[in-house]
Ligand binder design. Structure first.
Ligand SMILES: [Zn+2]
Length: 169
């Protein structure tokens, strides 16, 4: 595994253990060249996924790229890494099980938006604004309005913050 800091190829595994739900193995690695430390996850991959971009080009699905775009959306938001990991796992499982062949990038974007909506409203709006390529403020307002209008589809797993217009209790 190449070191993400210096590009060194000789990184070493210091610790290896299953994640809480045992769906993956988490490894702590260290780079002897620069001392950099990082974590990798080993997971089951049911099959190779190919993504079709808007310009028609095909490329292997890159989970790390998906993780990075989700992390950008979640920057400075306090969402537990394990929940983010589960959300990403869910997106990938859906891609693996629903498609028979190439995946349009739009499909990935939609699944990630659904996942983020359940995790964090702010991250959802951030991701949607990039993904839908908002050009005008009214696009942004439309999606915020969509969030406010939507009733919670499931009983919340954790207390939701009160809406401003909710009667005081
Ligand atoms: Zn290094």
């Amino acid at each position: 595994m190449r070191c993400p800091y210096c590009g060194g190829l000789d990184t070493q595994v210091k610790d290896s253990r299953p994640t809480d739900d045992s769906s993956s193995i988490r490894r702590r690695r260290i780079c002897p060249d620069c001392g950099g430390r990082f974590t990798t996850f080993e997971r089951v991959q049911l099959r190779e996924l190919m993504v079709v971009k808007k310009n028609g080009r095909r490329a292997p699905f890159d989970r790390d790229k998906l993780v990075r775009s989700v992390q950008v959306a979640l920057r400075k938001r306090s969402v537990e890494p394990e929940r983010v990991e589960r959300m990403i796992n869910g997106v990938v499982r859906q891609l693996e099980s629903q498609t028979d062949g190439d995946i349009p990038t739009e499909r990935i974007g939609e699944l990630v938006m659904e996942g983020l909506k359940a995790l964090d409203d702010v991250a959802y709006v951030r991701f949607a604004s990039v993904y839908r390529n908002f050009r005008e403020a009214r696009d942004f307002n439309a999606i915020v309005g969509e969030l406010e209008a939507e009733p919670d589809p499931l009983p919340a797993r954790e207390p939701r913050r009160q809406r401003r217009d909710a009667p005081a209790s």
